[in-house]
Ligand binder design. Structure first.
Ligand SMILES: CC(C)(COP(=O)(O)OP(=O)(O)OC[C@H]1O[C@@H](n2cnc3c(N)ncnc32)[C@H](O)[C@@H]1OP(=O)(O)O)[C@@H](O)C(=O)NCCC(=O)NCCS
Length: 419
């Protein structure tokens, strides 16, 4: 088997309790498998906690959120040397929700790095996802090189905004605010979907991601949850904790907030403003151009950080057919895709968009040529086709670029979740 290349990973399938063997280099035998053994789980816990500087106390909570069956370990010569977790959730594009695999906690033991283990682990996971029919995968990279090699590219934003509470200057409105007792998140689900349908990139959180959103993810800390509006017809929600480890004025850290009416948005801001005697500012994750910032009286806001998440079209044709499009667009695009991990994505096909939906048939002229990686920011609407052509991510003539622009235009993709 020596010398077998990464391209051959396309034939791999991993089910519960089964494993899959690859050879990456002349001497190294890699094996990717599910977590079925307590000793192996303990080793994976040690590797991940060491890699991310986490306490091992956190492991049980982490495993319960991701789900034990959604971890994969990679072994070399029978020894666990790393692993990853997969959040099976959804992600919204063009008003439709696609199954999405959120890759988290990719880690290789320090003593086993730089031998291609992580690249093999990712290729194995992607092959498995493609076989399961999952069309897309997203992640937050600590290093892009590994994920670019796996076919991911930047495709959306997560901006941490901070606003001075004194700049809000809004008073309570008629819309009520009710505390959500316990760690419930169900009343927020439909509200989150309302936001997701009119933007791009928001998650359809699974239970683990909702639990993450409504708690402090790494420890037991008080998190406050409020529903805005009448309980039978809520208009928004607010989930936050205090960043107050020492005495003195603190920052309010919002885990998530959203409003489907101007009254609900004013109520949220007025509520946060009422903290101004003890807190100085509020921070939250939002889109780069945050519409909520239209309401405070002054714009004493800053972008503390601007992260970009990456997307991978695992099943290119499936993903293009599953997302929604603007209803007035009626267009045909001839594509030619190359993918060195998921071979089923290779080739030419014709994308037809009409009445907000797409159909695909094989063949065509291949007017727009792209590596699967270059397709991610086009698919999500993160960058326009003309800019992607400037950056060398797609190859297309002017007419094709104009067609692609009409198909993929939409709100800039973002998500409030970090995972
Ligand atoms: C990042 C990490 C998973 C890489 O594991 P690895 O087995 O050493 O990676 P590989 O040998 O498979 O390398 C795959 C590619 O990523 C690149 N890469 C690996 N580690 C890198 C790093 N720390 N910084 C930049 N690039 C890196 C390699 O150069 C290689 O690219 P190339 O083939 O184009 O040269 C490992 O260093 C790790 O566990 N780090 C700590 C945790 C972490 O940051 N995880 C990522 C979470 S998103």
């Amino acid at each position: 088997m020596a010398g077998r290349s990464a391209v051959m990973l396309g034939s791999c399938s991993i089910d519960q309790g089964r494993s899959c063997r690859f050879v990456s280099m002349e001497t190294a035998l890699f094996e990717v498998a599910t977590l079925t053994d307590a000793t192996e789980e303990q080793r994976l816990c040690e590797i991940q906690c060491q890699s991310f500087g986490l306490s091992t106390d956190y492991w049980e909570r982490y495993v319960s959120r991701i789900g034990r069956t959604n971890f994969r370990v990679i072994r070399r010569a029978g020894r666990v040397i790393g692993g990853l977790g997969i959040y099976h959730a959804g992600q919204w594009f063009g008003g439709r929700c696609l199954d999405m695999a959120g890759i988290a906690a990719v880690a290789i033991a320090p003593e086993d790095r730089s031998s291609g283990a992580a690249a093999h682990l990712m290729a194995s996971a992607l092959t498995e996802l493609q076989e399961q029919g999952v069309p897309i995968s997203a992640l937050y990279p600590t290093t892009q090189r590994l994920y670019r090699r796996s076919g991911y590219e930047q495709a959306g934003s997560c901006c941490l905004h901070r606003l001075s509470l004194n700049s809000i200057q809004l008073r309570q409105t008629d819309v009520s605010l009710t505390r959500i007792e316990g760690v419930h998140h169900e009343p927020c689900h439909e509200l989150a979907r309302t936001r997701a349908r009119i933007t791009n990139g928001n998650l359809e959180r699974n239970t683990g991601l909702w639990e993450r959103a409504v708690t402090f993810p790494y420890a037991d800390k008080s998190v406050y949850r409020y529903l805005v509006g009448e309980s039978d017809q809520p208009e928004g929600y607010l989930i936050f904790y205090y960043d107050a480890d020492k005495p003195g004025p603190f920052n309010i850290c919002v885990r998530d907030m959203m409003a489907v009416s101007p009254g609900a948005a004013r109520t949220i801001w007025a509520f946060l403003s009422s903290y101004r005697s003890v807190a100085t500012s509020v921070s939250w994750n939002g889109p780069a151009v945050e519409p909520l910032l239209l309401l405070p009286a002054e714009l004493k806001a800053e972008v503390v950080s601007h992260e970009r998440w990456m997307l991978r079209l695992v099943d290119v044709r499936g993903a293009l057919c599953a997302r929604g499009y603007l209803p007035h667009v009626d267009a045909e695009l001839h594509l030619e895709i190359t993918d060195d991990i998921v071979s089923a994505n290779n080739g030419r096909f014709i994308l037809n968009v009409a009445n907000g939906s797409a159909t695909i048939r094989d063949g065509g002229r291949g007017d727009l040529k792209a590596h699967v990686r270059g397709l991610s920011p086009l698919f999500s609407g993160f960058l326009s086709p003309v800019l992607l052509r400037h950056m060398g991510h797609i190859d297309a003539g002017d007419q094709t670029v104009a067609t692609a622009t009409s198909i993929f235009s939409g709100p800039p993709p973002w998500m409030p979740d970090r995972f």
